[in-house]
Write a new protein. Structure first.
Length: 235
């Protein structure tokens, strides 16, 4: 069985290093599986060049926290062109395990009892992707026992404010350092947590997404016209 972690790609060497650490943490949980990290663009190895040579069956888990262009257009196009027998899992978020990871990062950053918390994401032009982020903000609010709002560094509303209350903490809803995390750090917020990174909860969530696909594979006969399947179970 082969698991492929499909990341977006980054020009930041620190981000690539964090994603490699995450792939190693995922592989360590199930040594009997092949685990490969590949990228949709920018970084190497590219997913388009990796998929054709991998032993099957192949399951792809997008290292993406919400839906959007890369989930609904870019990734399916690559898979249909290079590995049509592969199965594709749903994006990582929203999920309570991400709330646990975000809470750990906020605690490490020095979250205070009276801080206002903002879940800060890159954003998307896809309304469904923005809804996923807002859903994750609600899950984090439950985990922290305080209000959490969502804001976006690029596309989406509300945008990150230009002026912050001195007791505002940003929960970085990003997987690794890079362009968008630098924007969060430069935003003027009093506190900015680190990206989620190679968190144990994230590694566990990746295998949950993988297992969702395996259950669907057993329940649904594979036909030529529907070999690429994206599963979207609740939770």
């Amino acid at each position: 069985m082969t698991l492929v972690l499909a990341a977006h790609g980054t020009r930041d060497a620190r981000g690539e290093a964090v994603l490699r650490d995450l792939a190693e943490a995922v592989a360590a949980r199930r040594p009997n599986h092949h685990v490969h990290l590949a990228y949709l663009e920018i970084s190497r190895p590219l997913l388009s060049g990796t998929l054709p040579d991998l032993p099957g069956p192949v399951t792809i888990v997008p290292l993406l926290l919400a839906g959007g262009y890369h989930v609904h257009v870019d990734l399916p196009e690559i898979v249909s062109r290079t590995r049509p027998d592969a199965r594709v899992a749903r994006p990582l978020g929203p999920h309570p395990l991400l709330s646990e990871a975000l809470a750990r990062r906020l605690t490490e950053a020095g979250l205070r009892p009276d801080d206002a918390v903002v879940l800060a994401a890159a954003g998307s032009s896809d309304p469904a992707a923005l809804a996923d982020v807002r859903a994750q903000a609600r899950l984090l609010s439950v985990r922290l026992g305080r209000p959490v709002t969502a804001a976006f560094a690029a596309s989406g509303t509300p945008a990150l404010p230009r002026h912050w209350d001195h007791r505002t903490a940003l929960a970085s809803y990003l997987l690794a350092p890079g362009f968008f995390h630098t924007r969060l750090q430069d935003s003027g917020a009093a506190l900015v947590s680190d990206p989620i990174g190679a968190d144990p909860g994230l590694a566990a969530l990746i295998w949950r997404r993988y297992d969702d696909v395996q259950r669907a594979r057993k329940c649904q006969p594979t036909h030529h016209h529907d070999r690429m399947t994206s599963t979207r179970p609740a939770g």
